[in-house]
Design a protein around this ligand. Structure first.
Ligand code: SF4
Ligand code: SF4
Length: 105
């Protein structure tokens, strides 16, 4: 288990375009950031993805930081560190943040 989520970032990675659902409440909470961060697909909305990860994920040094942390969607809030879902993320995608760090060198 990583020391904290900023040393991990795994659950912010996905190759799927429709990944983090953005509800109406989420959209409203994102405020001024909403328009640039959210992608609409018909009647549904999702966080915009880029290079296999949520476009709101900022990589600084070896840290993975959510640039909309205070206003992030409920889906992100619900995924608790050290939960079964977190373990599933690490099991299936745990190598991706490391690959992203390597690709930046
Ligand atoms: S919730 Fe789990 S998978 Fe997500 S960043 Fe934190 S430790 Fe990593
Ligand atoms: S909104 Fe933040 S916590 Fe949620 S997937 Fe994107 S970068 Fe990760």
């Amino acid at each position: 288990m990583p020391e904290d989520c900023t040393a991990c970032g795994t659950c912010c990675f996905s190759h799927l375009a429709p990944y983090v659902v953005v509800t109406g409440d989420d959209y409203a909470r994102l405020g001024d950031e909403a328009e640039s961060r959210v992608l609409f697909d018909g009647y549904q909305a999702f966080m915009r993805m880029e290079s296999g990860r949520c476009a709101a994920l900022r990589i600084e040094g070896r840290r993975f930081l959510c640039s909309v942390y205070e206003t992030r969607p409920d889906t992100c809030r619900a995924l608790l560190r050290d939960s079964a879902e977190c373990a599933g993320e690490l099991l299936t995608k745990g190598d991706r943040p490391l690959s992203a760090l390597r690709a930046r060198r």
